[in-house]
Design a protein around this ligand. Sequence first.
Ligand code: SF4
Ligand code: SF4
Length: 360
Amino acid sequence: MDFYPPGETVTVLAITSNSCNMDCSYCFRDHSAVETLSFEVFEAYMKNMDSYFPRETPLCVIFHGGEPLLAGYSFFNKAFKFLDSLDRPIYKGMQSNLTMLDDKLIELFKKNECSIGGSLDGDEEINDQTRRFKSQKGSYAAVTEKLHKLKLAGMYTGVISVLHDFNMDAQRYYKFAKQVEAYQVGFSPMFEYRNSISSCTDPGKLAQFLIDLFDLWVADDNPPKLSFFEEIMHSMLGKNPGKTCTFHEDCTRGMMAVNVNGDVCLCNHFLGMKEHCYGNAAITPFSEIWNSVQRESLSRRSSQMATLCKDCEYNSICHGGCMSHTFKSFASRDYFCKAYRLLFAHIEEALVAVTGMAHD
Ligand code: SF4
Ligand code: SF4
């Protein structure tokens, strides 16, 4: 049995639907087949997992998609009841486009203390260029209406944006982050690489955007919660590195995704990739999933990156970044390496100015 440190959280991305009610311009998923995760497969997988990890290991279950709410009220009602029956710390969350959220679902998610993250790429004009319904109508009005309801319900909400050519204006994005009714705002650069066609945020442009955004954030007396910066700063100060899997030493140790058909893989970037499938939640014992050669093979990247990035002063913060942001070989640096290095140096400079300390 692979040793898993008690107290370290294991995150399960439960892909409850592979379809979506929207049609965002940059979405890489094939939404033509509508499949949802059955409660029975979810339950079987979680039971297996529950019997494998020590009682004190917290499980964080994030419902994800496609659009996860397509799984319907009944799935979530049963899933919450089942998760409540487990004798261990459980955190619940959902990443959704929010547009299908109604009052009944809000009540259910609130009662079960499930945090909710939505998606917006910026203000109305910016967001509606990319995040649209199938009718091509923009989603901003619908999403902000739901965020307002969630705020009135006193729920913990976040908003995440995909960074791309249309929204990397730091002043404008910062204004949006301050105004949006969410507890925290997160962002990740667009990385799309399929069949030798690449459509990725430019690392140089990303660096400038992140640095400008950071400067606006630190200069603000009443800043919004931008966890991306907070986590890097915490990491530099030697505190708990936080939740961003991108900068984990070995993301395979704390993350797994269960697809609608029960196939288990590392995360949503590996869905449908048979060569990286750990097993099937309905039939494979969890010990075989956890100790599969597929997981072990992905896990080797952490030592490969320790060697490849050994001369980088930010290796202990970044660990080579995200393996899904690589071309051809996972054992290569994150495509956004240049942006991260420049940002780390900028944040370190700001920290040294305040604390007089550089990171180890
Ligand atoms: S591959 Fe990237 S996105 Fe997936 S879990 Fe690892 S760090 Fe996170
Ligand atoms: S910033 Fe680049 S060189 Fe440094 S650890 Fe990250 S990927 Fe490696």
